[in-house]
Design a protein around this ligand. Structure first.
Ligand SMILES: *Cc1c(COP(=O)(O)O)cnc(C)c1O
Length: 360
């Protein structure tokens, strides 16, 4: 079997080594006589998996003690509602709109209170991140929200707004675990796991403890961080398989990769190969301002829509799949998350050169 290079924005590739471990343990986990797929979430065997996974997330991401870590269903999109429901204590919240997901998060929050746009890059179709000096946060905002890596537009923050007394909340769905994060800069970080960690079906939130306990009584139980975290993410049946897979990927990051500093070096080198190629020719074009380029999602266009389609079709035939860009941007997008091997990017660039030789 030849595994393809899957450039999907999510769900996305998982490390082959992790998939093989999951395969080897599928029928029987340890000497439990059963699969993780069948296990009670209340069993001692699963409890050990859960506690080790949570501890590993804390170690890998270097999460300080004053933060809780929770595992939730409903994806990152449900977090868009949970954040205002739990943290919009003054009735006001400020959002930086730097792409599609931050826009969706702001719209969801506006259902629950007074949302102001602290800065936006919509004027140039989200090809940059506003300068932090152009960000205006109201002093009585309950929090300020950003999307740290814009999956669709291929941009990322290099510095984040720090406003005295106003907690920063970040959606890190598409770049979590790709590089070290200074968690202490944030009140809450949340992410869907299907881009860089595990299969689809779960979100993780890291919440500073002082933000808990302020939700209104009317907030649904399943959307109340305080209740769910008090029950250690076991208020109801969690996504056991996703938790187990998260644990395997954390082990891989620690033992095979050697931590997030190393992961960052690998990711930076991979992205450099692709961006250097894009910068050195004029058939393909990357629209993003250089200093805000994402290391995870690389967008590019060819001279025409027809050529874009031909490129994606030919690429797929050659084992490079899911390169079609999002409809909001057009063209192509290569998502090169942690699990995309460097070889996949090298071979993609070789394919692009050959495509230009034939069609350019
Ligand atoms: C994919 C993605 C989402 C949506 O995640 P779901 O788990 O599908 O709800 C939200 N934010 C960002 C930045 C994403 O990349």
């Amino acid at each position: 079997m030849a595994r393809v290079y899957n450039f999907s924005a999510g769900p996305s590739m998982l490390p082959e080594e992790v998939l093989k471990t999951a395969q080897a343990e599928l029928l029987e986990y340890g000497s439990s006589g059963q699969s993780v797929l069948e296990m009670s979430h209340r069993s001692p065997v699963f409890d050990a998996i859960f506690q080790e996974t949570k501890a590993a997330v804390r170690r890998v991401l270097n999460v300080p003690e004053e933060y809780e870590i929770g595992f939730f269903q409903g994806g990152a999109t449900q977090q868009f509602a949970m954040v205002p429901l739990n943290f919009m204590t003054t009735g006001k919240a400020d959002y930086l709109v730097t792409g599609n997901f931050s826009n969706l998060a702001a719209k969801e929050a506006a259902k629950f209170g007074d949302v102001a746009i602290a800065a936006s890059s919509e004027d140039k179709n989200f090809t940059y991140i506003p300068s932090m000096k152009d960000v205006t946060v109201r002093p009585d905002a309950s929090y300020v929200h950003i999307c740290h890596n814009n999956t669709i537009f291929g941009t990322t923050f290099n510095e984040v707004p720090q406003v005295e007394g106003v907690p920063l909340i970040a959606d890190m769905s598409s770049d979590i675990m790709s590089r070290p994060v200074d968690v202490s800069q944030y009140g809450c970080i949340y992410f869907g796991v299907q881009k860089n960690i595990a299969p689809a079906g779960m979100a993780i939130a890291i919440v500073r403890k002082d933000l808990l306990g302020h939700a209104a009584d009317t907030v649904p139980t399943m959307m109340n961080y305080t209740t769910l975290l008090k029950k250690d993410s076991m208020y109801n049946t969690p996504n056991c398989w996703c938790i187990y897979m998260t644990g395997l990927v954390m082990k891989y990051l620690e033992n095979t990769i050697g931590g997030l500093e190393n992961m960052y070096k690998i990711n930076a080198a991979k992205a450099k190969v692709l961006y250097d190629y894009l910068d050195g020719q004029d058939f393909f074009h990357n629209p993003v301002q250089k200093e805000y380029r994402s290391l995870m999602n690389v967008t590019f266009t060819s001279p025409s829509k027809e050529m874009d389609k031909l490129f994606c079709d030919e690429a797929a035939k050659n084992g490079f799949v899911n390169l079609k860009g999002h409809r909001l941007v057009g063209g192509m997008r290569a998502s090169i998350y942690n699990a995309m091997p460097a070889k996949g990017v090298d071979e993609l660039v070789a394919f692009m050169k050959e495509f230009v030789r034939v069609n350019g």
